[in-house]
Design a protein around this ligand. Sequence first.
Ligand code: DGJ
Length: 728
Amino acid sequence: MSIYIDDEKRLFHLQGKNTSYVMQVVRDGYLAHLYWGKRVHTYRGSNKIIFMDRGFSPNPDASDRTFSLDTLPQEYPAYGNGDFRTPSYQLQLENGSTITDLRYSDYRVYKGKPKLNELPSTYAEDENEVETLEILLEDQLLELKITLTYSIYQDLDVITRSVHFHNQGSQSLKLLRALSANVDFRDDEFELMTLYGAHNNEKNIVRRKIVPGVQMVDSCRGTSSPQQAPFLSLVRKETNEEQGEVYAFNLVYSGNFTAQVQVDQYHNSRISIGINPFDFSWLLDPKETFQTPEVVMVYTDQGLGKMSETFHELYRTNLCRGPFRDKIRPIRVNNWEATYFDFNAEKIEQLAKEAKQVGIEMFVLDDGWFGKRDDDNRSLGDWIVDRRKLPNGLVDLANRIRALGLEFGLWFEPEMVSIDSDLYRNHPDWCLHVPDRPHTLGRNQLVLDLSREEVCDYIIDAISNILASVPITYVKWDMNRHLTDIGSAALPSDRQRETAHRYILGLYKVLEEITSRFPNVLFESCSSGGGRFDAGMLYYMPQTWTSDNTDAMCRLNIQYGTSLVYPPITMGAHVSSVPNHQVGRITPLDTRGYVAMAGNFGYELDLTAITEEEKEVIKQQISLYKKIRPLIQFGKFYRIFSPFDGNEAAWNFVSEDQSETVISYFKILSQPAAPLRTIKCKGLNPDYVYQNVETGELFGGDELMNVGITLPRIKQDFLSMFWRFKKA
Ligand code: DGJ
């Protein structure tokens, strides 16, 4: 059992192996937050809330000037009754007022975890691994019911939260804000960590001290975005990879979000996370309901490494789904950087032949195979093979590639339409747009209005037709612009601000349908790289193209930052040619290989244009990756040196049974008078003796972890070193 309830005290204690989360219904039925942190055996209330009369903090009860919602730590606060901090929700009544009053009404506890209506969420395969508590709050005047759902994965120390609104009254209510979670901490001794970026520069780690006021990250781009990830964590000043407290939040959602910490006048810190209320509203007619996305909350006192380990394990086993969840992923070659739009069947076959020779397992045909797609200005939406390039069609090409002994994969960008396309000519109102206003273009394309059922059906049919008729075992699902002119021709005026969220619900519906129709197709999500690398997409597609930037040095940061939350198996990582197409840098082939091998491995270069010597290196890389693949894809990942701290990076992977490890070290720029460096492995069994697979040398696990390996003198830029040890 992991949820303990004291009915008399109306106290709820969620208890994981190492964590406790405690709430209590306090006077007048308000639900207060009491504690979240390291596990306590029995919570008896030593950290009492001290009530006192504070200036400018209003009181709901005239007879008690010490009780104010402005200072009460709460689970799901409102605005308007005395709490001036960021509220979790806000509703507008038919009379225009926005005052609501939610009080505790009831609770329910059960084993397992519910599926969220129309939204992705983490799941439990065995109902004994998770227990769920639902707390019902009620506004009696409005007959509005809100259910706060908390699920706790006992062994993982993960708590998930979401909120369900139910309008049981007779008037329409307009939701102006409906966040997924609020957590009030009674201090502000924290630093805030978030992940920011851009196209080609995703998932940079930023860490800053928090100060009074609001510190927020968000997206209003219609997707989770490369600019900010729907993730934040509060960490103590002393927290590092190995130790220190971390409170992390990650939203299982792919659309507009907000994630913020607000430090109030008394140095309490409030976390708010959920759908971005900016440009959002949702009409709740009588009897209607609204479900918020889920937020995953991780607490540990063992530093960022443990936080990531927890996210990795949860996402690999309780978020990703389908037969590929536990399957070794194929080594791919993708023709994008080899040919861009300029290819024909012969060229593709030549590339595939070379790929087979070096040991690659799958060929992926990228953009340019349909309509008249000679550049990125046309044809999106017309998912019909271009016979000028592929005269015998897709089936013939796929069969030829399969006859070589490779699997065949295909690129789509299903959520888009080009103005120069039959789809747009036939259905000009199927894109997001606003009447009488010109379109705002991005990559010269428009976004289809996935809030409309017929548009979703078109996408499902168009993609299904191809997947059903061509022997395809992999799909790259791309999305290359953000949402503008957000309006739908199908929605009434008072529901226009629902469009962005309805788009995401439509997308999830399409993905659910297509991925369940084709369970044996491996789907990789992409949005010009990691522009929509989020937990929502991973629920449908178990891997994501991490970045369009394939430069090995840039990838050190991008992959390192991504690993804060997402496991290596989810990160598409390819070796590309030099000079690198995005930054022009020339890095050694082995360095490019070792960087890409830290993820879900593949190639993205013209294999017909490389030397025999390079081919030989590639063959060796592939053969090595095949040997270490189970370890990389299903083992544990440990960060050792951060590229964000300076001129080097290092990490190691350890197999589940600790019998094997691989360690990678990268030096970015060679330095004069450089200090000698020692690299200390992590996650090994201290009692095992490990053998260096290459040299035969033997070292104890304790020695590799505590004494470490001294690195030789380095006199080269972009250098990499790699070790593989097996239990002797
Ligand atoms: C953006 C993707 O990230 C690239 O890998 C490639 O698929 C292009 N789109 C194709 O247009």
